[in-house]
Design a protein around this ligand. Structure first.
Ligand SMILES: [Zn+2]
Length: 157
């Protein structure tokens, strides 16, 4: 009887696990891998407090990549100080790396930008940036990792 019951429990557990969607696994894996803020910003379309992100005043040569999937999104050459309190870029590394979406939340219309590969929320793009694009990609530090490989390559020369 006991072994029958334990088999039943194991079988039930297997059914529950099998029934979990890939999405659930993805979210659990991300929750374990990311900080709570990184998870909130990228998966729940959150916004970090201005002037608090690690890349707001960050300088150095290299690539800013998606914290979730590692896709290169911006380059340090495209970063500028907008004074907004968030890392700001006037252009992207590849236009195809970023998807734009209309965001009607908070009673105004903004253009949300997400990683085209994994759909993580990055921030918003505004049309008040500097030349030559007049764009301001206002990005959460929590959505990014910094890869200074390029700088290392230069040092090795
Ligand atoms: Zn991504």
């Amino acid at each position: 009887m006991y072994s029958f019951m334990s088999s039943f429990v194991v079988l039930s557990a297997l059914i529950v696990i099998t029934a979990k969607s890939e999405e659930v696994y993805k979210h659990e894996e991300l929750k374990a891998r990311l900080t709570p803020l990184q998870y909130h910003v990228t998966q729940e379309r959150g916004t970090e407090e201005p002037f608090t992100g690690e890349f707001n005043d960050h300088k150095g040569t290299g690539a800013y990549k998606c914290v979730v999937c590692g896709t290169p999104l911006f380059h340090s050459d495209q970063k500028y100080n907008s004074g907004s309190g968030w890392p700001s870029f006037y252009d992207t590394t590849h236009k195809s790396s970023i998807e734009e979406k209309q965001d009607d939340r908070e009673g105004r219309v903004r253009t949300e930008v997400v990683c085209n590969k994994c759909k993580s929320h990055l921030g918003h793009v505004f049309k008040d940036g500097p030349e030559p694009t007049s764009l301001r990609y206002c990005i959460n530090s929590a959505s990014l990792t910094f890869d200074s490989t390029e700088q290392k390559d230069k040092e090795e020369l």
